[in-house]
Design a protein around this ligand. Structure first.
Ligand code: R5P
Length: 312
């Protein structure tokens, strides 16, 4: 069974880089919009009896990119693909994994159902907002971690004087993993979210006085979390040289302006979603292509991928 890789419009550069690592080209397909805005997918070569990987993060606009993924999977399944794997470097809606008011949609579950119904046999995701998303699927989900990649990119620059900071309680485990790897202590910011764009810090736990903070998170969206954490850390006497490491750099809303006003020396992220071209920030992008190519190769050949799986 041959391996084939397809992609929509969410991150073709990453999909091409993955295909290149695997020594192949992207499968031929047309993913377009009709004049009324409807998505239309047309696979332009045979996928019959093939092992198909659809590389499609659901970064902004998440709804459109999700629809493309669903249609690509459906088209491949109906065209006779043996197995369809959705490779989702960024999985949108993972933050909506529970109902807070009791009258909200359980969006992460709805998205999981849609993916399964479209004919996907297996999902590969990178640093999900919460590993609980796996439980919304009945098909297998391989949860891969970009932490080693980002921790290696941070390197030893913070040795002896750094502190890994979880900017909210949800990031504590992640911060502990970074801290173990980089041999640094951990501090925790107790954040409460007031709205999609606004957060408030209650307390900072741990010793940050005179230390250079490394703020780690699964994602940076509006930058409100990082901004609130940086301000609280500065008030707590940390060194005004901040490093930020996030797997998914979404940079939505007021993120650019917010971050430009902070003493961020390094901002490390991955190419799970394409970087906006007009960021006036010291962003360093570690590509997921080698990691995802390795995952795809090993899944295709039925080899274990345990060492690439997220520890959370
Ligand atoms: C939330 O729990 C996530 O882990 C991130 O902290 C959050 O989504 C980042 O969003 P923003 O940049 O808008 O504060």
């Amino acid at each position: 069974m041959d391996l084939m890789i397809f992609t929509g419009n969410a991150n073709p550069a990453l999909a091409r880089a993955i295909a290149q690592q695997l020594g192949s080209a992207l499968g031929a397909c047309q993913v377009e919009r009709f004049p009324d805005g409807e998505a239309h997918v047309d696979i332009r070569e045979s996928v019959r009896a093939r092992d198909v990987y659809v590389v499609q993060p659901t970064g902004p606009p998440g709804d459109g990119h999700l629809i493309e993924l669903l249609f690509l999977a459906d088209a491949c399944r109906r065209a006779g693909a043996d197995r369809v794997t959705a490779v989702m470097p960024y999985f949108a809606y993972a933050r909506q994994d529970r109902r807070v008011s009791g009258r909200e949609a359980l969006a992460a579950r709805v998205v999981a159902d849609l993916i399964e119904t479209s004919g996907v046999d297996r999902v590969v995701a990178v640093d999900l907002h919460t590993p609980a998303v796996e439980g919304f699927f009945t098909i297998p989900l391989e949860h891969v971690s970009a932490l080693p990649l980002l921790a290696d990119a941070v390197g030893s620059t913070l040795a002896n004087r750094g502190v890994v900071v979880a900017p909210d309680l949800g990031a504590v485990k992640l911060a502990e993993h970074y801290a173990r790897r980089l041999q640094l202590p951990v501090a925790t910011v107790h954040k409460v979210r007031l709205s999609g764009e606004a957060v408030q810090v209650r307390t900072v736990g741990g010793d940050v006085q005179g230390r250079a903070p490394l703020i780690v998170d699964d994602m940076l969206s509006t930058g409100a979390t990082v901004e609130a954490a940086v301000k609280a850390l500065l008030a707590g006497g940390c060194e005004p040289t901040v490093t930020v490491a996030v797997t998914h750099g979404i940079f939505a809303g007021a993120a650019r302006q917010r971050l430009q006003e902070l003493p961020i020396a390094r901002l490390l992220t991955t190419d799970s979603v394409p970087m906006p071209s007009d960021l006036l920030l010291p962003v360093e992008v570690a590509s997921l292509a080698p990691l995802l190519a390795r995952v795809i190769r090993q899944l295709h050949y039925g080899e274990p991928i345990g060492d690439l799986i997220s520890g959370d």
